[in-house]
Design a protein around this ligand. Structure first.
Ligand SMILES: Nc1ncnc2c1ncn2[C@@H]1O[C@H](COP(=O)(O)OP(=O)(O)OP(=O)(O)O)[C@@H](O)[C@H]1O
Ligand SMILES: [Mg+2]
Length: 195
C-alpha cells in the first residue's frame, strides 16, 4: 500500500502544529510531532542552553521515522517540525508544505508564544531570509515543495488550500512571498532584520 507522507515545516510559531493537527483529522492520518518524538524517545544529542532548545540526533531520528512510516497502518502520515526535511527519508516523502507568515504578524505570534530577545530576532530573520524554504529546496525538487502564505488566514482556510493541492485542484508552488521586499518597501527592514 502506498502511503502519503506529508511534511509540515516553517519557522517556529508559524502555525505548523495547528495546521498539521487539523489536516491529520481531515485525512484520518497518523500524526508525528518531531519535537515530542525526540523528547519521548530521547533522540537528542544534548541541549542548546543559550537558545533553550534541544539538539536532535538526526541520524537516529531518520531511522526511527523510516520505521514509523513503514509500520504505520494509516494511508497518510503528517510529520510536523521545522527540521522535517533533514530527518524524513527523501524517497518516502510525497509533499513538503512550507508555511510562511508575514514577519509583522509572525512577530506578534512569536511574542504570544513567549519568544523574546535574541531568539525572537533570530527566528524572525529565518523567516525573512526564507531559511526553511531553502532547506526544503536543498533536498527536494520544486514540484514536491509547496509554499503557502498563511498570513491572516484561519487554520481551516490553510488546511483547505493543502487539501486542494493534494487532490490536484490547486498548484503546488514556490516563490509566493517576498518578505525582504515587503519590509524594505515599508521601511521596516532595519527594525526586523537585527542580526
Ligand atoms: N492560522 C492561525 N490563526 C490564528 N492563530 C493561529 C493560527 N495558526 C496557529 N495559531 C496559533 O499560533 C500559535 C502557534 O501555532 P503553532 O503551535 O501551531 O505553531 P508551530 O509552527 O507549530 O510552532 P513550533 O515551531 O513552536 O512548534 C498557537 O497559539 C496557535 O494556536
Ligand atoms: Mg509545533
Amino acid at each position: 500500500m502506498s502511503k502519503r507522507v506529508i511534511l509540515m515545516t516553517g519557522t517556529p510559531c508559524v502555525g505548523k502544529t495547528a495546521v498539521a493537527r487539523l489536516l491529520t483529522s481531515k485525512l484520518d492520518a497518523f500524526y508525528v510531532n518531531l519535537t515530542d518524538l525526540a523528547l519521548h524517545e530521547n533522540l537528542i544529542l544534548g541541549r542548546d542552553e543559550e537558545r533553550g532548545s534541544i539538539i536532535v540526533d538526526e541520524n537516529r531520528m531518520l531511522c526511527r521515522i523510516r520505521e514509523i512510516i513503514e509500520d504505520c497502518y494509516k494511508k497518510a502520515i503528517i510529520i510536523d517540525g521545522h527540521y522535517a526535511v533533514s530527518v524524513v527519508p527523501k524517497e518516502l516523502t510525497t509533499y513538503v508544505f512550507v508555511l510562511r507568515r508575514d514577519p509583522v504578524e509572525l512577530r506578534r505570534f512569536m511574542e504570544q508564544c513567549g519568544f523574546s530577545g535574541r531568539k525572537l530576532w533570530e527566528n524572525l530573520a529565518s523567516e525573512i531570509l526564507d531559511v526553511c524554504l531553502c532547506d526544503a529546496l536543498n533536498v527536494y525538487e520544486e514540484g514536491k515543495v509547496c509554499e503557502l502564505d498563511v498570513s491572516g488566514k484561519r487554520v481551516e482556510e490553510i488546511v483547505g488550500e493543502i487539501l486542494d493541492i493534494l487532490n490536484g485542484s490547486k498548484k503546488c508552488r514556490v516563490g509566493v512571498v517576498d518578505w525582504l521586499g515587503r519590509l524594505e518597501s515599508e521601511g521596516l527592514l532595519e527594525e526586523f532584520l537585527r542580526i
